[in-house]
Design a binder for this molecule. Structure first.
Ligand SMILES: Nc1nc2c(ncn2[C@@H]2O[C@H](COP(=O)(O)OP(=O)(O)O)[C@@H](O)[C@H]2O)c(=O)[nH]1
Ligand SMILES: [Mg+2]
Length: 322
């Protein structure tokens, strides 16, 4: 029995998987203990290598994650997975076995998978995903893999919390350029060109090559790399892992890690601040909130959206009007 937040935190920091699972559930449920615990574990965060795996549904992210897990485990490292793409279950037999075993056993079992339901508003998703990454980091997992579908603001926010972002592309979708325009290019440290067994892979590789050639990195800047993979059979996964290792080595050079951390903490601050503002605003202006008249005026056409937003900001900085 876990009686207090302090007790829960102590056990999470000791790597007790039952406590880790409990805290994950509390975060999912928006339990009042969750913020206290997330704050308390912060000093112990920053050791794990957090790797984002982003790409369209069906591009093979989960299959790649399975492959990476096997390789990290072979190195004796522990791995946690935060899956923000609940549509594709992890089918790898070995992984499933690990999941079942690790419910009863110590951290040595080495793999922990947590799926995140896409419910609530978008800020809630980024907040929960980021909190889960911190929990696994603090609990002592060596590697945290974050699988997300690379569309939308929340997704990009989540990927930004990773140290290393792998963007998974596949041939034949015809929308490669579109995906890249959507801002994925800026977040990609590594392009995983998956389904290299498919027609169109060579063309995709050429397209990405051409895109990378347009990019002129600063002297000290990371140069995005690419790796061709067939995730289903593991071809090229060692090369992908080598690129991930190279990026990690780059981060380990003086100044790089600190620069990333400062920037990520800023990103996280703005994400959390926006989320808190939104939640407070929903309490005030939502259905039965004390300032529900504002949105009622908007609905009735008495206020335009910009005026309503400005008035909402003014009201938020003062006391409730009712
Ligand atoms: N031909 C081929 N199929 C693949 C490859 N990688 C994954 N798949 C298949 O693509 C489908 C989607 O894979 P999944 O990992 O669930 O994609 P996710 O939605 O991005 O997580 C599955 O049927 C996989 O077996 C690959 O390299 N080549
Ligand atoms: Mg998946």
């Amino acid at each position: 029995v876990i009686g207090t937040v302090d007790d829960l935190v102590t056990r999470v920091l000791a790597g007790e998987l039952r406590a880790v699972a409990r805290l994950c559930r509390l975060i999912d449920d928006d339990h009042p203990w969750a913020p206290a615990a997330v704050k308390a574990i912060h000093p112990r965060c920053g050791k794990a290598h957090v790797i984002g795996i982003t790409g369209n549904p069906g591009s093979g992210k989960s299959t790649l994650v399975d492959q990476l897990i096997v390789r990290y485990r072979a190195r004796g490292l522990t791995v946690a997975v935060v899956a923000v793409d609940p549509s594709s279950p992890y089918s790898g037999g070995a992984l499933l076995g690990d999941r079942i075993r690790m419910q009863q056993h110590a951290l040595d079992e080495g793999v922990f998978v947590r799926s995140l339901a896409t419910r609530g508003h978008l800020g809630g998703l980024s907040r929960s995903a980021t909190a889960l990454v911190h929990v696994f980091d603090a609990a002592g997992f060596d590697v945290v893999l974050v699988e997300t579908v690379g569309v939308g603001q929340a997704e990009v926010e989540i990927v930004r919390t990773a140290h290393t972002s792998v963007v998974v592309l596949v041939p034949g979708l015809g929308d490669e350029v579109q995906v890249l325009k959507a801002g994925v290019m800026e977040i990609a440290d590594i392009f995983g060109l998956n389904k290299a067994d498919r027609v169109g892979h060579d063309r995709l590789r050429q397209e990405i090559n051409a895109l990378l050639a347009l990019h002129h990195p600063e002297p000290d800047e990371w140069v995005p790399q690419m790796a061709s993979t067939v995730a289903t059979v593991g071809t090229g996964v060692d090369e992908l892992l080598a690129a991930i290792d190279a990026h990690r080595a780059y981060l380990a050079e003086p100044g790089h890690e600190r620069r990333l951390r400062v920037q990520q903490q800023r990103d996280e601050f703005w994400m959390l601040f926006t989320d808190l503002m939104r939640r407070r605003a929903e309490e005030r202006f939502g259905g039965t909130g004390p300032d529900a008249d504002l949105l009622a005026a908007l609905d009735a056409g008495e206020l335009d959206p910009l005026s309503a937003a400005e008035q909402a900001m003014m009201r938020l900085s003062g006391p409730a009007t009712k």
